[in-house]
Design a protein around this ligand. Sequence first.
Ligand code: OGA
Ligand code: MN
Length: 315
Amino acid sequence: MSAMAAVQRDARPSPSNTSSLIQVLPSGGACGAEVRGVDASKTLAPQVIKAVRDALVEHSVVYLRDQDITDEQLVAFGRNFGDLHAYQVTEYEKPAHLPPEVEMVSNIYIDGKQQGALGAGEARWHTDMSMFEFPSSFTFLFGEIVPESGGNTRFSSMYRAWDTLPDDLKRKVRGTYSIHDVAFMADGRVRPPYTAEDVKDRTQSPGGRHPVVRTHPESGREALYLGRIGFGYIFPYSVEESDTLLAQLWAHMTKPEFIWEHVWRKGDILIWDNRALSHARDALDPTRPRQMHRITAKGERPFWLGNPRLKSHAY
Ligand code: OGA
Ligand code: MN
């Protein structure tokens, strides 16, 4: 049996929340739920937004099926969950008609031009935008073009990963912080305008400095928090010790029992909480078109309340 065969998909037990506002159907796995009863293209009542947010904080990743939404409506929906990033991804030429908050994730090429980020490549385990001081809280992906199979997105619960981490590893990383490299692209090349000189000393690399164990600002739970598999450095260890620790942590964080996998349908809006999850995607079949519209909400600076009774940051 391959490791992936043990990954949980929708076991679909009965709804945990049958309030008249929305329905929440937990996946039965370590994270994930379907939310029914929401048309994201409409202006939503504050109680509905709160119910969706509660479901999101409880299950860390939720999806809405059968949505029909313009980019402007997607932006309006996202704003219910926080300020949105308006940023530039340099790996493709963004179509002029897109609002500044919307990015594309696409494996489609038109006239030799890539239509969105990631292409058909693999997205190895990571959390979004953590190379910055204020990473994204939530990421929203709207499935505009979805292949019949392939291109599932996997999520691993960083609460479960922390809760089950062996005590010796807990002792080594509790209260430490790490570098979430900004100067490397996912494929390991140095990201312009950075140079090899900027990353020569890995203990000084540019990027976010965040606690390895963080307190979730809404649930109050502790979660492991690392940037991207294969990168990073944990203070105050030597580079060799840090590499060993990172390898042990990632091996634990990506165990099948913490993972739930979203199988896409056209019209899905998938929303995930980067403060509680890592996520990944396999390489895509380049001949099967897949195109997503993406927005991200700005989060707070990650913190750790080492002792919940002490209301101060640990670093
Ligand atoms: C992202 C991402 C995965 C996917 O947009 O941040 O990781 O399945 N996408 O496209
Ligand atoms: Mn991502």
